[in-house]
Design a protein around this ligand. Structure first.
Ligand SMILES: [Zn+2]
Length: 88
């Protein structure tokens, strides 16, 4: 599964559980299922949580530090999600 960061609330979302590919193709902001007006509700497949501390690869996808062993060889970590500046 591939993870990404919702550009509205900053949570971790799965590309298969929201309109990630459609929105990416349309060059729309990448939203989670809860923030996407077409869905509007969190899917409940896993707990909604902040992406802070997740690693970012060259395609903008997120990796938990504990799952780096299963990362495909072509993926390269280019950054880390910082504390969400919009909060507080
Ligand atoms: Zn969101």
């Amino acid at each position: 599964m591939s993870l990404y960061r919702c550009s509205a609330c900053g949570c971790v979302e799965n590309t298969a559980l929201a309109n990630y590919w459609q929105r990416k193709m349309d060059q729309q902001p990448l939203l989670c299922s809860a923030c996407d007006p077409e869905i509007g509700v969190w899917h409940g497949q896993f707990t909604q949580r902040s992406a802070t501390g997740m690693l970012i690869d060259g395609r903008g996808l997120l990796w938990h530090p504990m799952t780096l062993m299963s990362m495909p060889a072509h993926a390269t970590i280019v950054g880390i999600v910082q504390e969400d500046a919009q909060k507080g």
